[in-house]
Design a protein around this ligand. Structure first.
Ligand code: FPP
Ligand code: MG
Ligand code: MG
Length: 373
């Protein structure tokens, strides 16, 4: 029997989901509904779970006090609801009581780390709202995507609202280094998405495979997927006042896990049905995207360059590219690269003292490289 990665953070997660919904309360009923839409479906909460597990797993490693004091009292101070509309706001302000029930929650997780976990989920959900507009998605987590349910305008604005609320909660942590890290994550998400939209390494009209092809893809993957996971693991260790070595180990764990996670996601797009994914399978080629399985296939089959150049847009291109990828060892090479990152993530935290949380982090490597988003 494997370890349940949720076990050591189960109570924490229950409070976290309630807190996230409260952070998203708006007096405008429609904004309230759209903003909370993706919090109703069965998200996996991978990022907040990682922050909570990292907070617990690092709690018993050596401390290194930082030069300035963080106002713990500020973290618990109520965050006013976003609303400007009197009497119609369905949510109450965040208070110490409803953020955190000291008796029931794990004392090894600090209130600031708990709030960080919520912030990571808000940023992730904001990016999904925007991503579904950009990708013209029709479904997410087995339901209509927000752009379908409410239209592009409201989906984009709700994403912006989530970023605004995440920024308020981040500022309230009163930790400049953590604020800088998470603000950088937001910029990185957009840089990664831009790298995907406009590939500056390829001559897009006449692309040739070079050694930079995979490097560019991995850089884009770091920015789009691994930056949030790695920098929030780093921030969890910083909030715990841990040594430089522990902070760096937390970052390396998150970076390698994030890269493995996205490689597996890109691989599943070729290997798994839409029903299992909870979103249409094979979407990447339809969107004109050349991800790792195709890039590895292209290295051995330069004919694919023509299809890459026209973003699989001519009739039959998608099917042709798919069969060439399936016939190549591109999927296997992607799996092997993901495994390499998985091993690096496990090695990064191997010096941490043994604990349920450390076992949970190890299990999360396995779980999150299997699960859908
Ligand atoms: C999912 O990728 C999307 C992301 C990991 C991030 C996308 C980033 C943006 C849209 C930039 C805007 C960011 C913010 C913070 C507002 P995918 O399309 O490959 O995966 P999917 O299959 O889950 O849609
Ligand atoms: Mg998408
Ligand atoms: Mg996308």
């Amino acid at each position: 029997m494997g370890i349940d990665p949720l076990r050591s953070v189960a109570k924490e997660m229950k409070f976290m989901t309630g807190n996230i919904r409260q952070l998203l309360g708006s007096g405008h009923p429609m904004l309230d509904t759209v903003s909370k839409y993706y919090t109703q479906s069965e998200g996996k909460y991978i990022r907040p779970m990682l922050v909570l597990l990292m907070s617990q797993a690092t709690a018993m490693t050596p401390k290194q006090s930082r030069l300035w004091a963080r106002g713990a009292e500020d973290v618990d101070r109520p965050i006013a609801p976003a609303t400007v509309l009197a009497d119609s706001n369905p949510s109450s302000p965040l208070t110490a009581e409803n953020v955190d029930n000291g008796e029931m929650l794990d004392s090894s997780v600090l209130p600031s780390q708990r709030r960080l976990a919520e912030i990571t989920e808000l940023i992730h959900t904001a990016s999904l709202l925007h991503d579904d507009v950009i990708d013209d998605s029709v479904s997410r987590r087995g339901n209509d995507s927000a752009n379908i349910a409410f239209g592009n305008k409201m989906a984009v604005l709700a994403g912006d609202f989530l970023l605004g609320r995440a920024s308020v909660a981040l500022a309230r942590l009163r930790d400049p280094e953590v604020t800088e890290l998470l603000a950088t994550v937001i910029a990185n998400l957009i840089e990664g998405e831009f790298m995907q939209l406009k590939n500056t390494v390829l001559d897009e009209k006449n692309p040739a495979w070079t050694d930079d092809t995979i490097t560019y893809y991995l850089q884009k993957t770091y920015l789009k997927s691994a930056s949030l996971i790695s920098k929030s693991c780093r921030a969890a260790a910083l909030l715990g006042d841990h040594s430089t070595e522990v902070v760096e180990a937390a970052y390396q764990y998150g970076k390698n896990l994030g890269l493995a996670f996205q490689l597996v996601d890109d691989m599943l797009d070729y290997t798994v049905s839409g029903v299992e994914l909870g979103k249409p399978a094979g979407a990447d080629l339809e969107l004109g995207l050349a991800t790792a399985p195709l890039l590895f296939a292209w290295k051995d089959n330069r004919e694919l360059g023509v299809l890459v150049g026209r973003k699989f847009s001519e009739p039959g291109d998608v099917q042709k590219a798919r069969s060439m990828v399936v016939a190549s060892d591109g999927i296997e090479q992607t799996r092997a690269l993901a495994q390499d990152y998985v091993d690096r993530a496990a090695r990064a935290i191997s010096p941490f003292p043994d604990s349920d949380a450390k076992a949970g982090l190890i299990d999360m490597i396995d779980a999150s490289t299997r699960l859908r988003r």
